[in-house]
Design a protein around this ligand. Sequence first.
Ligand code: IPE
Ligand code: IPE
Ligand code: MG
Ligand code: MG
Ligand code: MG
Length: 364
Amino acid sequence: MASEALQQRIAGLRKQVEAELSRSVRSRPWPASLQSAVDYSLMAGGKRLRPVLVLLANEVCGGRLEDAWPAACAIEMIHTYSLIHDDLPAMDNDDYRRGRLTNHRVYGEALAILAGDALLTLAFEKLGETELGVDIQADLMRVLAVAAGGGGMVGGQVLDLEAERGPFPTSPEQSLSPSAVSEESRRATENTLKGGCSDAQVAVPDQRQNLPSGEQSGGPLRKKLEIVGNVSSRTAVPNVEELNRIHRMKTGALIAASLEMGATSARATREQRKQLVHYGHCIGLAFQIADDVLDVTGDAVKLGKTPGRDVDLGKLTYPALLGLDSSRQKAMELVQEACDTLKCFGERGHWLEELARFIVERDH
Ligand code: IPE
Ligand code: IPE
Ligand code: MG
Ligand code: MG
Ligand code: MG
């Protein structure tokens, strides 16, 4: 477990993060329902690991705390949005998060999706408050956008779901849910479009008409894919490289971005930034491995979410692929590698070193 000193340090930073986040969302000209849904998830606690990483990276590079607040808040906003969407029925379909009902279980799916959208855009608005000059501001926005987007968190979430359910379509012709539109209504729309605009292309492939509606995942989905055929170039047997790619993208990218943004807001040297990004990638993968392990071994009250969901959903996880012992071993190796990269910071790196160890030893 984390030392008393680390616990106190994190608790102090977390308190400041909470205050900054609360200030950032207060009195917005938003519909009251949206404000409530955003507050509900953003102010529900959580470890605040990513903002703490921003602040500690800023500190280790000799930066000023006040310069790191926009990045610290922005990363937590993106993270919270990713959790709201991750819990949706179309994704992991979870009922509990941060010790309370998930956002969509309280506010409904539509508002939960929109609360996520609001947090995503608010994060970039927040980065716009950075007073370090336009170059640094642009740099921060680019780092966050890349990490949160299709080559980072969002892309990782896609791969996570594909590993669970089989591939999504890679072209409209492979659509998985065509029969939500009745044949009659499809024909009517087709005729209207043809009449209204002579060269409109209405491409509805015949094969899609055979597909059943209402099926969402697992077996039925795989069956659909067999019907449609020719949809995947993915390897059928999952391997650890593929899993690492998913984990690095869905979780590691935002964690590494936290370090990079902390360094950027301290005007760190290129070398410092490089070392911190490497540390971030190592602890990012270790963090998701620990999350996978806790899904098997963890306690619902401590976790604030329901354990056992990965097995229920048939997720591709470290314990599923390598077992618990090898998973823990791999996480510890990554933490060691992370700590080795901190050597260039000397004694100043000790908080980040302790935090890396906490990531794999945590029980929540
Ligand atoms: C949960 O993240 C989602 C993963 C990336 C595994 P955290 O475990 O950091 O969640 P909070 O922020 O503490 O609620
Ligand atoms: C989620 O990973 C990663 C995100 C991008 C949110 P998980 O699906 O394993 O996270 P939990 O276990 O629901 O917190
Ligand atoms: Mg998930
Ligand atoms: Mg999940
Ligand atoms: Mg998990």
